[in-house]
Design a protein around this ligand. Structure first.
Ligand code: FAD
Length: 363
């Protein structure tokens, strides 16, 4: 078994799998290892319904969004059709914020509906809105299947000679001259020139966080309800910008996903304490009630996980002091949609001058 690599990626969520995939632009895959204490996409990525909202609230997020969607759009023709697709998008937003929200889309540019069109849209979508709110229409958004895409990337990486070790926990990282030694929980060690740490919410409390003391990050619960209401064919996604929530039709699963903002910071990772609690449900249902009162009784299920958050809510890549270990991720609740750009940035930090690009899609 090879124990010496040019690059080791710790964590095979969507970010680690993207890094593994893009590593083909800088390295011979046979010199790259991705290692996970569970299996591919068994962490936060496994809980994500895969909304790729083409919006960015600041210049940094617009850039991440633009480069990431360029990857998904270029990759889509080479993926099975259901893995990445477009959906019609409507949005509800306070009138005073409407112009800036509409202007923050980097794809599928929506526009504000006039009063007649807004009334007609509300009627057809069964929506109630406040007199001070506008509706945007004529835009589009994207859905991806994070688990299947992560597996697709991992499979491609392995088929080209890359190493994937699942069920192996990395418990420590030590500098070893010009290289790094990774200590596995089973007592084995692995040596590598460079390391990417992409362990999602497990970063808090992990020895692998030690090189990144300067990076302030926190963990937060991310949850959504499942609403078993009628799902018309070609139902659109409806974004409620004033409440940081959206309704996503999942015709493949037979329910709507109502994503809302849980305020539960620094949550524990254990299944016993990580639950959708009474406060979460109250927050979710009070928002849903405003817009789709009829759905409240039908919101009988849900999904949850937690994610690492960056202070400015922008995922990214951060080097350690040596420049040879990079933290990639801090998904901030939407790390799937921005994972291609984050992965490319991680490799560009580790290999200065490499110019790893996302828009080449799947090669
Ligand atoms: C309910 C929910 C809904 C979401 N909806 C969306 C959405 O619609 N759109 C969107 O873009 N994002 C969404 N997100 C966020 C998105 O899922 C995450 O930002 C993204 O999956 C993070 O990916 P990651 O690769 O950084 O982390 P993870 O997927 O958590 O991967 C980290 C991996 O590291 C492994 N690991 C941890 N510690 C170690 C160790 N010491 N040794 C070895 N391996 C280790 C874990 O097993 C895991 O596989 C949602 C999240 C949740 C929970």
């Amino acid at each position: 078994m090879n124990r010496s690599f040019d690059l080791v990626i710790v964590g095979a969520g969507i970010v680690g799998c993207m890094v593994a995939y893009f590593s083909r632009q800088v390295l011979d895959r046979r010199r790259v290892l991705i290692v996970d204490h569970g299996f591919v996409a068994s962490g936060t990525t496994g809980h994500s319904p895969g909304h790729c909202h083409p919006q960015g609230f600041d210049a940094r997020q617009r850039d991440l969004t633009d480069r990431s969607i360029a990857f998904f759009e270029a990759a889509a023709p080479k993926l099975p059709p259901a893995l990445f697709r477009r959906k019609r998008l409507f949005g509800v937003v306070a009138r005073e914020r409407a112009a800036s929200v509409v202007g923050s889309y980097v794809r599928g540019q929506p526009r504000i509906a006039d009063a007649d069109r807004a009334r007609q849209i509300c009627g057809s979508l069964g929506l109630t809105i406040d007199p001070g709110q506008d509706i945007h229409c004529d835009g589009f958004t994207f859905f991806g299947q994070p688990v299947a895409i992560a597996h697709h990337l991992a499979k491609s990486f392995v088929s080209e000679g890359g190493s994937l070790w699942e069920g192996r926990h990395v418990s420590g990282i030590e500098e070893d001259g010009s290289r790094w030694r990774l200590v596995l929980a089973d007592g084995q060690t692995v040596s590598s020139e460079r390391v990417v740490v992409s362990i999602g919410p497990w970063l808090s409390g992990s020895a692998l966080a030690a090189p990144f003391k300067e990076v302030p990050f926190r963990r937060k619960k991310v949850c959504a309800l499942h609403v078993y209401a009628e799902l018309p064919e070609d139902a659109p996604l409806i974004y409620f910008h004033d409440d940081d929530s959206y309704l996503m039709p999942r015709d493949d699963l037979g329910y709507w996903i109502f994503s809302f903002a849980s305020p539960d910071w620094d949550c524990a990772l254990s299944p016993a304490s990580l639950v959708i609690d009474e406060r979460d449900r109250q927050i979710a249902l009070s928002v849903l009630k405003k817009y789709r009162d009829d759905m409240v009784e039908l919101a009988t299920g849900g999904r949850l996980g937690c994610d690492s958050y960056a202070p400015d809510f922008n995922p990214g890549a951060w080097p350690d002091a040596s420049g040879r270990v990079v933290l990639a991720g801090l998904g901030s609740g939407y790390g799937f949609r921005l994972s291609p750009a984050v992965a490319a940035d991680a490799l560009n930090l580790l290999f200065p001058g490499a110019d790893v690009r996302t828009e080449r899609g799947l090669e």
